[in-house]
Write a protein that binds this ligand. Structure first.
Ligand code: D41
Length: 235
């Protein structure tokens, strides 16, 4: 067990997300995107469920996992490598070929509902206390100084993007996720590309209809301009 976690400064900040809470506000977001890009036509978005977990940075060197760190405040987090190494869906080595010598991926650690229910039942029997929700259970599980405890928790990981990379990656978010999947990282099966506001709203309605039946909690949907060069132009 560790005595404490060591602070990690993110080479590239882990940004946060903006919220919209209505169709009206989403249309406003899309309008601002088109205005700033000088785009008359429909914008293509990568639509992703917003997994309700804990954001994580994973650093791979020569294909080997060398560091796992929490997002923290976005500028710096904590080194939780030992805990991260116990999560089965996080590969210790990247698969396939062509990965950059140095590659940071970012994603969400979460506890699926079924695992949470089972874990909470056991926690009630053995310790007489439970976690309020899967998100708190995931966060508490990652905060363990003894990684043997983390190893017993039903945690899963889904990748949602890349950070630093020693080589250029795909210019589209959707293709980046497909590439990361080929390299052995799990990615949500619910990710879809949608062109224009109507298609985005359809994705939203469809996922909302299945929300209660998903294997994990979500606390929203993330719409990303699919062309990665464009968000950089958008600031
Ligand atoms: O599923 C998520 N929780 C999720 C979080 C996601 N699918 N995509 C995300 N994308 C980003 C950017 C666009 C900033 C790379 C995120 C987050 N950020 C995020 N998670 C926690 C803070 C920010």
């Amino acid at each position: 067990a560790l005595a404490a976690f060591v602070a990690v400064r993110h080479e590239l900040p882990m940004l946060s997300l903006d919220n919209v809470f209505s169709e009206e506000e989403f249309r406003g977001f899309d309008r601002r995107v088109r205005e700033r890009l000088g785009e008359e036509g429909d914008i293509t978005y990568c639509c992703e469920p917003k997994l309700d977990g804990v954001a994580l940075s994973l650093l791979y060197e020569d294909g080997a996992l060398v560091r796992g760190a929490t997002r923290g405040d976005g500028a710096s987090g904590e080194d939780i490598t030992a805990n991260v190494r116990t999560i089965a869906s996080i590969p210790l080595r990247l698969l396939g070929e062509g990965w950059p010598q140095r590659l940071e991926v970012r994603g969400e650690v979460y506890m699926p509902r079924a695992g949470f229910e089972a874990f909470n039942r056991r926690a009630l029997e053995t310790e007489g206390k439970t976690f309020v929700n899967p998100r708190n259970a995931a966060a508490g599980s990652l905060r363990q100084l003894d990684s043997r405890i983390t190893a017993q928790r039903p945690l899963e990981f889904c990748v949602y993007g890349a950070g630093v990379s020693s080589a250029a990656l795909s210019g589209r978010q959707s293709q980046l996720l497909a590439q990361l999947r080929d390299w052995g990282l799990r990615c949500s099966p619910e990710v879809k590309v949608a062109t224009g506001v109507a298609a985005c709203l359809e994705y939203y309605a469809e996922l909302l209809g299945r929300r209660a039946r998903l294997p994990h909690d979500i606390d929203g949907i993330v719409f990303k301009v699919d062309s990665i060069a464009l968000p950089e132009r958008l600031g």
